[in-house]
Design a protein around this ligand. Structure first.
Ligand code: PRP
Ligand code: URA
Length: 208
């Protein structure tokens, strides 16, 4: 599938298997979400543009580089919150803009309850952070919002995607690369990813 990247890194596969395990407790689960978010963001940012700069080392001048773009991290509440800390460690000058969405249990459509985006963006690239891409409704609604806001360079960083959600996001926004730790089999009749890991929000926050 064009623009869909399932990580082939052995550490990602190893950590994901512990994350999926129903016996993994919320503390360990949060630690793994953070670590996986870092590994996947490393891959998702491999093509960032650089601008040259000169740095004075103790031994002289070094021709060096810095990331050219202003980056925004956009976690989708709640479950995307657990991905922020690690990614922010990699990109400490990033701005963080939260989007609150929950899935209506009956229709599975996203319902927006939080959005404080300012009128004009100060960032040129957004990384949308959400562990689960199930029907794709939440991710697609978030990308819709960001494009209306004026940011066109958007990447989705998640942990597990279902084929249905990948198809929905790709169809609506073929320009948005999707970076995942794994692509799973399917959705069940209530919109959960199979085999997935259960409810990513509940497992992080101990609310299941
Ligand atoms: C989960 C998950 C995604 C969404 C994915 O959030 O974190 O945001 O479902 O499903 P979709 O692809 O079908 O839209 P949920 O609605 O359970 O809210 P929560 O994170 O607050 O628990
Ligand atoms: N949201 C989750 O947290 N898990 C799923 O499997 C689907 C949506």
């Amino acid at each position: 599938m064009p623009n869909v990247f399932a990580s082939k890194h052995p550490l990602v596969a190893h950590k994901l298997s512990i994350l999926r395990d129903k016996n993994t407790d919320p503390q360990k689960f949060r630690e793994l979400v953070k670590e996986l978010a870092v590994l996947l963001t490393y891959e998702a940012t491999a093509d960032l543009a650089l601008k040259p700069k000169l740095v004075e080392t103790p031994m002289g001048q070094a021709k060096s580089f810095e990331v050219e773009d202003e980056i925004g991290l956009v976690p989708i509440l709640r479950a995307g919150l657990g991905m922020v800390e690690g990614v922010w460690g990699l990109l400490p000058s990033a701005e963080v803009w939260h989007i609150g969405l929950y899935r209506d249990e009956r229709t599975l459509k996203p319902v927006q309850y939080y959005n404080k985006l300012p009128v004009l963006p100060r960032v040129s690239i957004c990384l949308v952070l959400d562990p689960m891409l199930a029907t794709g409704g939440s991710a697609t609604a978030t990308v819709d919002l960001l494009k209306k806001w004026g940011v066109m360079n958007i990447r989705f960083v998640g942990l597990i995607g279902a084929p249905e959600g990948i198809h929905t996001l790709q169809t609506a926004h073929p320009d948005v690369p999707i970076h995942l730790a794994a692509i799973d089999e399917k959705l069940n009749e209530i919109g959960y990813i199979i085999p997935g890991l259960g409810d990513a929000g509940d497992r992080q926050f101990g609310t299941g």
